[in-house]
Design a protein around this ligand. Structure first.
Ligand SMILES: [Zn+2]
Length: 561
């Protein structure tokens, strides 16, 4: 009998000290109200380290947002500590407690801090209203740094969802369920996730035994849920087949409607096991644009996540440009949303136009740096256009040299295998070395000239080399004049432009204008000249010598997608 008792108490002791529990952050989330506003009440329980202070990571600034601490109300200790001090400037809070404290429990309430109609910008901040919540995990979960450090950034999380109504849908980057056990997970994986609940409609599909979930809400004006569900399924399935990678067991895509009066906007964020989007819900939304967005962003699961750039912006010609090319190619090869090779040609022609009308078309790769990329639209788009044309060239070249036996697809798969095998990151010398196995001709001077030095491609020569038919010139957007630094005075007018023909002259002062970057829509201006107002309108278009692939039978045969 004695033996059994000893054994039992040993077992009990063993279970009460399970390392998993020590390394688990236990959250409870329930719906509540704070000052008559819908809110989420979060309780965190964890085992602190034997120091007298624990840092709680919770960004005040992040993802382009500021003052995120404003979301937090009624932060207080439930047990095991003395007080919590806010350190807004350091993106965290500090809990003061005794070194002997065995467990700390604290609680806080999150309240939405934006008002009015939900636009794209506001959709990045937490949404907590009577119908639903949509919140990124870095705005939801305070993380005790000591637990992250103690576990070498490999901790467990348990989440209990309490007292949510029966018909309240709950879903997030880690699945769903009244009690969720997550982990081991790292801080960056856990704090890069989306959590939603409320009147969402959830669609679950199985692809090779893995789950793909789409969650949306609202009343979409332009498309049915089923269209998006089928585009997503088709996209994810074909991309995983292409990359020969069906390793992701669960994947969530969320889509919430935003309000916008003019034009439309699509906003997407790649997250752990998931991708969140917000889309303006109006009649201007084009489903083709959504197909593009999903295809581009989901490609980054490989070009960006599996295959990492050695030096971020320096290899954007690859991680954005090749992603762009494989977005167009994957859509066309698999006729996603019935978009075929004609759509591929249309997109490549569009990128050729955008590249050659870019004011930075000849900028060297070194100028695609952090500052320029994020602050300038032109620099920000340059690696997409330039890289896509380069990928197209390589694809055609490899296919030609190998008599159609090989293509850039084989090279991409090879790079993926290398990345997985050795934690290799893609840099220029690796790329030039590996491509030698797929091309007998030396590509290094072409690479240096057009990618590194930024000399514009000779598109006509490239198309001719592969026997592709093209028109030598095309119409492009052109306002036809230049504004001074004050943003009002016309300092130069191109005498061959439609602006000049419509009567715009140097020295005019702009007081009113309406135009879109679309040359099929008339631009309207009101200018002041010699104290009198003049109204002008014209199509902002000109002819430019930018080769455009034709939609000919021969091209379809040569492209052979
Ligand atoms: Zn991208």
């Amino acid at each position: 009998m004695k033996h059994i008792i000893i054994l039992l108490s040993t077992l009990l002791l063993f279970f009460s000290c399970k390392p998993e529990e020590k390394d688990t952050l236990a959250y409870t989330i329930r719906m509540s109200e704070y000052n008559d506003k819908p809110s989420l009440e979060v309780t965190l329980s964890f085992i602190p380290s034997d120091s007298s202070a624990t840092v709680l990571l919770f960004q005040d600034k992040g993802w382009g947002q500021e003052n995120l601490h404003n979301l937090v109300h009624n932060l207080h200790i439930v047990e095991g500590a003395e007080q919590i001090v806010q350190k807004k400037e350091n993106d965290h809070y500090v809990i003061e407690h005794s070194p002997d404290s065995e467990r700390i429990v604290l609680s806080y309430t999150l309240v939405q801090d934006t008002e009015g109609e939900l636009d794209t910008e506001k959709s990045i901040r937490p949404i907590i209203n009577g119908d639903y919540f949509h919140i990124y995990s870095h705005n939801l979960f305070m993380l005790p740094k000591s637990v992250i450090d103690r576990t070498e950034d490999d901790f467990n999380v348990s989440i209990q969802w309490q007292e949510f109504p029966q018909n309240y849908t709950l879903q997030n980057s880690f699945g769903h369920g009244p009690v969720q056990s997550i982990g081991p997970v790292s801080e960056s994986e856990f704090h890069s996730a989306v959590f939603i609940g409320g009147d969402f409609r959830v669609y679950e599909n199985e692809i090779e035994g893995n789950s793909v979930v789409f969650a949306t809400r609202g009343d979409w004006k332009v498309f049915e849920d089923s269209t998006i569900v089928s585009v997503l399924k088709n996209t994810i399935e074909t991309q995983r087949d292409f990359w020969q990678d069906h390793s992701q067991e669960y994947f969530l895509v969320t889509m919430i409607p935003t309000v916008q009066k003019q034009g439309y906007s699509l906003h997407g964020t790649g997250l752990t096991n998931s991708f969140s989007t917000s889309v303006s819900n109006n009649e201007f939304v084009e489903t083709d644009g959504l197909v593009y967005l999903f295809n581009h962003e989901l490609q980054h699961n490989w070009t960006g996540k599996v295959i990492k750039n050695a030096n971020e912006e320096e290899q954007y010609w690859f991680s954005e440009g090749f992603t762009e090319y494989y977005t167009f190619k994957n859509i066309a090869v698999n006729s996603i949303y019935k978009l075929d090779v004609n759509n591929f040609i249309k997109n490549m022609n569009g990128h050729a136009k955008s590249l050659f009308t870019s004011p930075v078309v000849a900028a060297p790769n070194s100028e695609i740096n952090y500052d320029n990329f994020w602050s300038s639209y032109d620099y920000g788009k340059l690696p997409y256009f330039r890289g896509a044309v380069f990928a197209f060239y390589l694809d055609m070249k490899i296919r030609e040299e190998s008599d159609g036996q090989k293509s850039l697809d084989d090279l991409m798969l090879r790079i993926k295998e290398d990345a997985l095998a050795s934690d290799m990151k893609l840099d220029h010398s690796y790329f030039l070395a590996v491509i030698k196995e797929y091309l007998s001709s030396d590509i290094s001077s072409f690479f240096k000239t057009h990618i590194i030095d930024g000399v514009p491609f000779d598109l006509a020569a490239i198309y001719s080399e592969f026997g592709l038919e093209f028109d030598p010139a095309t119409e492009v957007f052109d306002l036809g004049f230049t504004l001074g630094e004050d943003g009002r005075s016309v300092v130069e007018v191109d005498e061959r432009s439609n602006a000049y023909e419509a009567g715009l002259r140097r020295g005019d002062s702009l007081i009113n204008y309406s135009y879109q970057r679309d040359y099929t829509i008339e631009a309207e201006f009101t200018v002041v000249r010699n104290n009198s107002k003049i109204d002008l309108s014209y199509y902002p278009v000109k002819n430019a010598e930018i080769p455009q692939l034709t939609f000919s039978e021969k091209n379809l045969r040569v492209l052979n997608l």
